[in-house]
Every structure is written in C-alpha cells, then in structure tokens.
Design a binder for this molecule. Structure first.
Ligand SMILES: *Cc1c(COP(=O)(O)O)cnc(C)c1O
Length: 224
C-alpha cells in the first residue's frame, strides 16, 4: 500500500515533468499515517474537501504543509480554516469571499482564493457561470477586501470517458482564464493559477495549460 504510493508518485511526477503544473495531493478520507508517509516522500501540498477533517490533519502534521481546501465551503465554517489555509479552490459566491476576508483579517492573514467555474456540460457540479464570475470581479465590495487575494480559477470537467468533451471543457476554462488574466489586475486580483485536472484527466489538463492538478486516487488508491 505505502510502497505503491511511492511508485504512483513517480509515475505522476514523470507525467508532470514537462509542465510547470504543481501537484496537490488530495488526501481526503485518508488516515494521518498515509499523510505522514506522503510528507516523508516530499509532498507538501495537501488537498482536503471537509473542514473538520482538514483542521484535524493540520493540527497533527508538520507546519510547513500547504493546505488546500478543494471542496464546497460553507460560510459558517470559514472561521475554522482561515488561520492556516494556503489556498481555497472552491470560492463560489461574493458572500463566501466576504466571510473569508473577514475571518482572515482576525488572524492578520491574506488568504489566497480561486473562483470555481462551472465547466462541465454533463452534470451539475458546484461553481459559477461567467455572469456570476464577472459580477464578483466587478464589484466594489471586492475592491475593498484587504485580506484576500484572488489568484485564479478552478474547474472540474465532466466525469466522462469522452476525451474530446473533457478537452473542450478545459480549453474553455483556459480561454476564460487568459481573458481574465489580462483584464483584471488589481490590488487583490492576479490570475496566475489555473487549478484543473484530477486523477482521470490531469494529463489532458496540463496539455491545456493547467498550473495545478488535484490528484487523489491515482496517488493513494481508491477511496472507500
Ligand atoms: C476528490 C477531489 C479530487 C481528486 O479526485 P481523484 O479523482 O481521486 O484524483 C480533485 N478535486 C476535487 C474538487 C475533489 O473533490
């Protein structure tokens, strides 16, 4: 089990080698022992999708780990993670952003955020459409937020074997990212990160310009 993680990591790193994409090891549902091993073999970016689980793991593990919140985040739980979270991938409303800003200020931090965009044509997933995205980026409220940085976009492709469809979805997200990158550069907005690609599609994602892949099962095995 542990040995296969080493082998899986080597395979994934080889696939990422020609890109600049960073690996976020998705550790959700995995026990602390597995995360300790991941740390031992050099991984420093861990992705979790539940607040309580992420807090418990943060408290148990070395403090030079970057914690990435990749799951849907409820406003009332923001306060439990803002003192340590490195990047929140799943921001999907101005209300959530305002709460992240408010709670980050209490611990004197500036928390990095990605806006999650709905790109899948096949099924309902969390995320905003372009209209909602632009509403946030144009809002006066955002301009006044001093304790957040918007650093890019996150998206999840359809869960399908249709490679053409996945590639088209990633292409759309990259095109949107490139437009926003040029158009929005302010005190708290700079589009540098494009979080796209998971175990089943990260190679397609890096070919389309992903800067950050979120890989769980291909690294740690299936989740129960
Ligand atoms: C679970 C999860 C992943 C990782 O999924 P795998 O298919 O196991 O790599 C990536 N992104 C998000 C948002 C997730 O919830």
């Amino acid at each position: 089990m542990i040995k296969s993680i080493d082998e899986n990591l080597e395979i994934i790193n080889n696939k990422l080698a020609d890109s600049n994409a960073k690996l976020v090891a998705v550790t959700k549902t995995k026990p602390i022992k597995v995360l300790e091993h991941a740390y031992k073999i050099g991984l420093r970016r861990f992705g979790e999708n539940k607040v309580q689980e992420m807090v418990e793991k943060y408290e148990a593990l070395p403090k030079d780990i970057e914690w990435h919140m990749i799951g849907h985040l409820q406003t009332n739980k923001v306060k439990y993670i803002t003192h340590f979270v490195h990047l929140i991938h799943s921001v999907d409303s101005l209300k959530l952003l305002a709460e992240i800003n408010k709670q980050s200020a209490k611990s004197n931090r500036i928390v990095n955020c990605l806006l999650q965009v709905f790109i899948a044509t096949e099924e309902t997933k969390f995320g905003m459409d372009e209209v909602e995205l632009l509403e946030i980026l144009e809002s006066d409220e955002l301009k006044a937020m001093e304790n957040i940085n918007i650093v890019g976009l996150m998206g999840m492709a359809s869960n399908t074997l249709d490679t053409n469809k996945i590639v088209a979805e990633f292409k759309n997200l990259k095109a949107l990212f490139d437009i926003l990158r040029i158009k929005y550069k302010t005190n708290n907005i700079a589009f540098t990160e494009l979080s796209m690609g998971m175990s089943g599609d990260f190679e397609l994602a890096i070919a389309q310009g992903s800067t950050m892949v979120r890989v769980g099962s291909a690294l740690f095995g299936d989740r129960n």
